[in-house]
Every structure is written in C-alpha cells, then in structure tokens.
Design a protein around this ligand. Sequence first.
Ligand code: UDP
Length: 385
Amino acid sequence: MTRVLVAGAGFSGAVLARSLAESGFDCLVVDERSHVAGNCHTSEDADTGILIHRYGPHIFHTDDEDIWNFVRRFGEWLPYRHSVHATVKGRVFNLPINLLTINQFFHTAMTPEEAKAFVAKRCVTNANPANFQEQALAMVGQELYEAFFCHYTAKQWGVEAEHLPASILKRLPMRFSYDSNYFHHRQQAMPRHGYTEVVEAMLAHPRIELRLGVAAENLSEMFAHTFYTGGIDRYFGYSLGRLGYRSLRFEEIRVRGDALGCPVMNFPDAELAWTRMTEHRHLSPWRKPRSDVSVVWKEFPEAAGPNSPMFYPLRLARDEQLLESYVALARNQTGLTFLGRLGCYAYIDMDAAVRRSLDTATIAAQALRAGASPPVFVHDPLAKA
Ligand code: UDP
C-alpha cells in the first residue's frame, strides 16, 4: 500500500489528493488551519447568513474544459458574472478599462476606432516592457495609468510600479467595446454553497484521511512521498531568509440596504489606505437575504509578518534571487514535490492551481507506480510568466 502525505488542504492540495486517491493511492492530508480550502475559504456570517469569502473575493473562471469538468463534480456551480467598479476622485467608473470608462473619463463619445486612435496617441510605445509601469504606459497612456493603476498598485504591493513585474498587469484586459465583464473566460461560476463545501467534497474519499489543526512539520509518520503546498522558504526553516509576500487586513462594516451596488468597488486614489471594498452578498446573488443588513469588507494591503496569512508573492528582484537559492536546495531533495501558490511562489488563479495539481497527480502517479520518485517540481517556479 502506497501512502503519501499532502501538506495543505487548499485547492492545490485537495485537487491533488482527490486525483491521487482516485488513482489508488492513500493520502493523509493535513492543514494547520481549522478549515479546508486555504484562502478560498467561505463560511456563513452568523447573524445575516451571508456567505463570506473569508480571505477576500475569489471568483472561479477558466477556459479549460478539463478543469471545469473536474471542479463541477464536487458541488453545484452557478453562472456568475463578476462586476467591478472604481471610485476615482469622486467619480465612479466601470472596470476593466473599456469604452465606457474611456468615454466617461475623458468626457467624450468616441467610437471604438476613435478611442483606439485616441489612446494609442497617449501610449508610450515599448516593444519590451520591463516592468509594470512600462507595461501600463504602453497599454493605457499616462492619464489612465495615473488614475487607475499607479496608486492602486503602490498600495497593493507596497512598492512603486516600476519595481514590479509587467506580468501582473497582463491579468487585466483593456477593451474598446462596452463589454465590462471582468473576466473573458468561457466558464465563470461560483459554487452555490461556497468553496469550502466544494473542497470538503473533494476530500470526502475513502482513501483520504484529513487532519485539521496539524502542521506537516510535526508529523513523525513515514510516507512514500510528500507533496508540500506550504511556503518553499518555510519548508527549509527560512534558512536562507524569508520570501516577500503581501498580506491583507480586512475591516468589516455592516450597513442597512445595499452599500456598493456591485460585489467589488476599487479605490485607486492615493489618499485612501484601502484598495477595494467587497460587498459579500453580491458574490452570491442567488441567496435570499435573511435581513437587510449587508456585510462589507474594506481591504488594506500590508507587508506579511511572520504570522500573517500569505496572499500575494511579491517577487521583487531580491525575492527572485532567494527563490533561485531555495529551488536549488529543493532540487537536491527526493521524496518531495512542491506545488501551489506558496510551494512554487507563484501568483496563480484558482483554475491554474487546479491545472497544476491535475498535472502533478498524473506525473506523480506514473512515477510512484514505476517505483520512482516524482519530480520536485512539475511546474518550474523559475520559468518566466
Ligand atoms: N490593479 C490596479 N488597479 C485596479 C485593479 C488592479 O492597478 O483597479 C493592478 C494591481 O497592481 C493589482 C493587479 O492589477 O495587483 C491585478 O489585479 P486583480 O484584480 O487581478 O487582483 P486580485 O484580485 O488578484 O487581487
């Protein structure tokens, strides 16, 4: 009997464990938190019954039918269309930046072709943008960059945009049409009862044992292989130093009635310390409200301290060097595979995490069956995004 350890019961760990269990491997899944689903964790607010995204808003979206078919097996998913707005200097705009945003911002009534030419004149041409700022100036020009990206990004990441990778901005589309859908993927959905129930269903398998409130470091049992979804720096006892992360602090506000009129309102102005507000009931529009009280969270980014939950890998130049050193250490290990946002120090969405775990399960199952050790990384953390 082959028994493996999966450290971490977030999306990455749960998808991996489920896939390995279905391939005939026994899995012990541990998580030091008291709940599964990692930072996707959702649970009901005791007073209002509103489903709260406990670590901030998570929206599932994908173009990959394998991923969609996999997650759909573990609960009912409902179509969901994410809607984000931004309040800039006392005016409200549609995000992502689209034709309505541009026309309202510049007080114009341009057609798509006129707007393309108008924005192109403002853009700073750059065939190979080296950082977030260059990428943004090449995409939207100075005025839109200043209003929507420059200060939001400095607040979010704690450093100026010129020190951040261009890849962060590539997450956001810009459209010369009135399409304000935040994501362009074919499948965009939310689990009816929240992500935690989906992950619980994934882990409900006779070959999976789940232990919550248990850190992998404290186990003394032997396993045929360990899959580690915690921080790669943590695995090595931070012996070379800590990789940089941004964390988030949430401040809760309860109001009567509708506070925002949409699930997420961004606040890019420099004078405000928070980046966005989330009105949780709008993330589950199919749920009947128990009362007219609405729960709103203000989001304050902050540097991650030793005990804060990790949200975003920072990946500044210093972090990239440190990551290289940790990856070199990791490559000398056997019986160990790193995966997930923390294990690979990668800013990936839920669908990408599922893809990586499905790939890892396939490769690991083949190796284990052949009596070989699965690779330390199935996805190279040093590969350029
Ligand atoms: N961003 C910005 N202004 C906005 C929204 C996003 O400058 O109004 C930048 C910011 O740097 C952010 C990145 O785009 O970190 C990615 O935004 P996304 O909404 O994908 O962030 P997430 O939901 O993962 O926090």
